[in-house]
Design a protein around this ligand. Structure first.
Ligand code: FE2
Length: 220
């Protein structure tokens, strides 16, 4: 969705990414632009109009790829208000994708997960492998979050070492422990397409596909 966050900068770039995903075997994409107050002030209306543009691009170029949109919410006060007002963009069965700051664990995480569930949402944590404060081979923190009903979406690029080695290691541990419900791409630029292809050849990706736990196919 061009020009509304740090993703594609133009419709041309959106097209390249959509074509690349289709060529890699994707049949449907759920794009999740950032909603981050003060940085990416996106609204459902803005995201909806971006989605219409993406759909038009697919039609114009006869690209048989279904496109849908939700959002990746930053864990802040603005997000908490939207939850209370039940104005959060969801995908699938009331799934809400959100991300945490990368450098510190919010004290209110468990409370907010509870609040999301109370409001009828199914919270999904974006890229759990990228938070160093959760890293632990014994998976204690991850296990606690799972017990609270939090679902995890892995960034596939993490499996390739695209970020850091500790992130790759955490991603592998999450797969090995059967803790991943969704796989996401984190594609922002054309240069990420080969990384996704590499991830799709990774043995942990194959293990993830075979785990029977992935819910991606329920979103088709
Ligand atoms: Fe993110």
């Amino acid at each position: 969705m061009a020009g509304i966050d740090d993703g594609a900068k133009s419709d041309e770039e959106s097209l390249i990414l959509l074509q690349g995903l289709h060529a890699a075997g994707f049949r449907k994409c759920i794009t999740t632009p950032h909603i981050y107050a003060g940085l990416y002030n996106n609204t459902p209306e803005r995201i909806s109009s971006g989605l219409q543009r993406l759909k038009s691009i697919c039609t114009e170029h006869a690209l048989p790829l279904e496109v849908e949109a939700a959002a990746e919410y930053f864990f802040d006060h603005h997000f908490f208000e939207l939850i209370s007002q039940q104005k959060v963009l969801t995908f699938g069965k009331q799934y809400v994708l959100f991300e945490l700051p990368l450098n510190n664990r919010p004290a209110m995480l468990e409370d907010m997960v509870f609040k999301m569930c109370l409001n009828g949402y199914q919270p999904v944590l974006a890229h759990p492998e990228r938070y160093p404060f959760f890293h632990d081979r014994k998976m204690v923190e991850y296990g606690k979050l799972k017990d609270r009903g939090l679902l995890f979406q892995l960034n596939l690029m993490s499996l390739t070492g695209h970020y850091t080695e500790p992130i790759r290691s955490a991603a592998r541990d999450l797969v090995r422990h059967g803790m991943v419900e969704f796989a996401g791409t984190d594609i922002h630029r054309e240069k990420h397409l080969p990384v996704i292809r590499k991830a799709m050849e990774d043995s942990y990706y194959i293990e993830l596909l075979c785990s029977g736990k992935l819910l991606n196919n329920t979103l088709l």
